[in-house]
Write a protein that binds this ligand. Structure first.
Ligand code: HEM
Length: 141
């Protein structure tokens, strides 16, 4: 990711912040629609889960300008996800749903440049998390 992409991700995420609760509802509704099998992995009451997701995304997005600062937390998050039943192949599904949600939330502000910046950001994060949780080999596949 280059610095202007980091800025695009941070500025666009700031626009979603005021509607973060709704964005999280849209995100999980879409996730359970495209990947119904993962629904059973989540708690029945998603209220806290929605807050945790958006809070963690905020930390990650802020941390993009100083990637090293967030890697330990991202590594621990990845390891916890193994016990939640997350598999490497789930990461692109979640990424697709995240980008779809941002597109819905941002409307006209979802430009090709913003989309490319988010694709790069999610790619960086998910490649690192998969590598930490499942080993270097699978992340490269
Ligand atoms: C970069 C991508 C992801 C981020 C930022 C993220 C973030 C989070 C956060 C913050 C939590 C709250 C619990 C905790 O902090 O440990 C959580 C829980 C959870 N995540 Fe993720 N997640 C990601 C990818 C995934 C993927 C790919 C799956 C696979 C389906 C997944 C499934 C779950 C489940 C099932 C829980 C609930 C665990 C429970 O409360 O029993 N997540 N996630």
């Amino acid at each position: 990711m280059n610095p202007s992409q980091v800025k695009l991700v941070q500025e666009s995420f700031a626009k979603v912040a005021p509607i973060s609760e709704q964005a999280a509802v849209i995100f999980y509704d879409r996730l359970f629609e495209v990947a119904p099998a993962v629904k059973a992995m989540f708690p029945a009451d998603m209220t806290e889960q929605r807050k945790k997701l958006m809070a963690t995304l905020a930390v990650v997005v802020n941390g993009l300008s100083n990637l090293e600062s967030i890697l330990p937390a991202a590594s621990a998050l990845a390891t916890r996800h193994v016990s939640y039943g997350a598999k490497p192949e789930h990461y692109p599904v979640v990424g697709g749903v995240l980008l779809w949600t941002l597109e819905k939330g941002l409307g006209a502000a979802w430009t090709p440049e913003v989309a490319a910046a988010w694709t790069a950001a999610y790619g960086t994060l998910s490649t690192f998390m998969i590598s930490e949780a499942y080993g270097k080999k699978q992340a490269a596949e």
